[in-house]
Design a protein around this ligand. Sequence first.
Ligand code: HEM
Length: 309
Amino acid sequence: MMLERWKHHEGKEIDVFEEFKVLTSEVISKTAFGSSYLEGKDIFEKLSKMVFLVSRNTLRIRLPDLLGLLVEAYNDTDEKSRITLEDVVDNCKTFYVAGHETTTSLLSWTILLLAINREWQDKLRKEVLGLFGEQNPTAEGFARMKQMTMVINETLRLYSPAPGFTREVQWESKLGRLVLPANLTLIISILSLHIDPLIWGEDVHLFNPERFSGGVAKATNNNPAAYLPFGLGPRNCVGMNFAINEAKIALSMILQRYTFTLSPTYIHSPVWQLVLRPENGIQVMLHPLYMYQGVHWVQNSLKINIKSK
Ligand code: HEM
């Protein structure tokens, strides 16, 4: 649906942040709730507004079949483990928000970084076309997407959709020279870890996916707590693989069809409103890879050589 809409924007500007909001809503609605964005548009719009008011919370249920599990828990014969209708609704909201805003943010920042780092955009396009040609991307291909994984990792480092997460101190504990009282809430700043030159080196502020060429462990010097886009430990993100696969599908399908450059109207202003989002959207210019000439679709010669691998 999104790519169909984009056909009307060829050669023109498009705000990818707005586009990805609809796309990721559609995806989470269909996969988790079996409905579509349009069917639940009003509810989803209200939930999006609520994002300003809610903070990440209490969901204790994992994919898949989220709704089924919630309904099961609601109908539980054991009164102690039964949840209320309000709990069902609350958990649906969390799932919707957690699974939608974060992936929108990841996709949007990746497009921004690829629009201004054209050599990486070209590299990814070659990788995608080498693996899938013009066919739809497949799950088997994802594991072989080395450069795409590097770019996603680097985007998540620089523009972590969730720039922080919280932990509650359950009982008085010592942390180095600090004594942490019980019930204290700690905010773990993912972003400060991701831009620490002691961990990443002097080029910490530069977009350099190459740093992930040997994998995350090598990039972090085997320090699993240095890179936390999806949190850490038993309460880490349940949607990590879902989000990464969704991003790989969407990016592959865009790269198969378009080159994109940053629009002069773009104003850089990342803000942390539950997720790290571009305050003014992300406007790019879309250039189709193929043009219809006479009776044939031909490669747009102004763009890159898409045949080379
Ligand atoms: C790029 C996309 C995403 C990012 C960066 C992200 C990041 C995070 C982070 C940092 C946490 C907190 C982890 C912790 O406290 O250790 C979290 C939790 C969570 N995420 Fe994600 N997330 C993403 C996508 C998703 C998706 C697609 C879903 C669902 C479909 C999802 C569902 C959840 C849930 C339910 C939790 C709470 C887990 C718990 O408390 O046990 N997330 N996420």
